[in-house]
Design a protein around this ligand. Structure first.
Ligand SMILES: Nc1ncnc2c1ncn2[C@@H]1O[C@H](COP(=O)(O)OP(=O)(O)OP(=O)(O)O)[C@@H](O)[C@H]1O
Ligand SMILES: [Mg+2]
Length: 283
């Protein structure tokens, strides 16, 4: 990039952004997959600027630009996203006041609050959070994820099962961010169950692979067609009327920051498996 645009190109970036961009681009360079970073397509259509972004094929990167006005527009979008659940919560609380049927509306109110929470968490990760990596045994990490998954599944009346294999190796993880990945994957699975009539099942699987560990969340939801599968994880791609399309692209970014890889497979009528691989590091 510097070759092409000259050193003045670097002045587009604040120091912090330049460090992050360089890190991220290194990850892209090393990845076998085509990795797309956050927020390119739609935002550039609207002339909002492009966050550091790249596609790597044969190690080539196509890019680039960064304009700060994007962040303020993004704040606007998120405020807008938060207004929807807030409006619903307000409406139901008013209804509770009239009907005194709090028990009936409590699950809807709670799910809207959860939705706001996820949107906020995603937004914070996009904009503010720094990473804190610790070395952790994958079993230990699995146990933490399972504790949270099993209680969430119980609340949503979903049958939960898990299967984890033991490893003495360690991975370098930012626990909060990996939890956030799981929260997004779980939310997607639960949302995919909407209107589902047979038993809803979610399974967590942890398996040792060559040079790393794979964490997978498997649902028996409706699955997706190939054209949706190809788009999944692209920034702002959503099939939901109330989706932001940020969940999976954020997961991909978090996993790329961990030097890991991300994978989705799905069979229509059978379900979807989303997994990520984290490399082992020296203890
Ligand atoms: N487990 C799943 N089963 C079926 N479809 C899924 C599953 N996970 C993701 N998808 C599809 O991938 C799309 C993108 O998911 P993503 O999490 O990125 O965005 P979203 O869920 O639509 O919005 P949000 O930003 O609120 O997460 C979804 O709209 C949905 O069509
Ligand atoms: Mg989602």
């Amino acid at each position: 990039m510097v070759d092409q645009f000259g050193p003045q190109f670097l002045h587009f970036f604040t120091e912090q952004t330049a460090v992050e961009a360089e890190d991220y681009l290194n990850t892209i360079m090393k990845s076998d997959d085509i990795v797309s970073a956050l927020l390119r397509d739609k935002l550039s259509d609207q002339d909002l600027g492009i966050l550091y972004n790249g596609f790597s094929r044969d190690g080539k990167i196509i890019l680039v630009g960064y304009r700060t006005q994007m962040m303020s527009r993004l704040v606007g979008e998120f405020a807008h996203e938060l207004r929807n659940p807030l409006t619903i919560i307000k409406g139901f609380i008013q209804l509770c006041g009239h009907t005194k049927e709090y028990d009936k509306f409590q699950p809807i109110i709670l799910s809207e609050v959860e939705r706001m929470y996820t949107i906020l968490e995603n937004f914070l990760t996009l904009s503010l959070r720094k990473s804190t990596f610790v070395r952790m045994n994958p079993d230990e990490l699995c146990k933490k994820l399972i504790a949270f998954l099993s209680s969430e599944c119980a609340v949503h009346k979903v049958t939960f099962d898990y299967d984890i294999s033991y490893s003495e190796n360690v991975c370098k993880v930012d626990l909060d961010k990996i939890k956030q990945v799981m929260i997004n994957l779980l939310r997607n699975a639960l949302e995919a169950f909407d209107g589902h009539t047979h038993e809803k099942k979610i399974m967590f699987r942890g398996s040792v692979e060559d040079k790393g560990y794979r964490f997978a969340l498997i649902d028996n939801g409706p699955g997706v067609e190939t054209d949706v599968l190809k788009q999944m994880g692209k920034p702002l791609y959503t099939t939901k009327s109330r989706g932001t399309g940020i969940g999976l692209s954020l997961c991909k970014k978090i996993i790329a920051d961990h030097r890991g890889t991300f994978c989705v497979s799905s069979v229509v009528g059978k379900g979807t498996t989303v997994s990520f691989f984290l490399p082992f590091v020296s203890p």
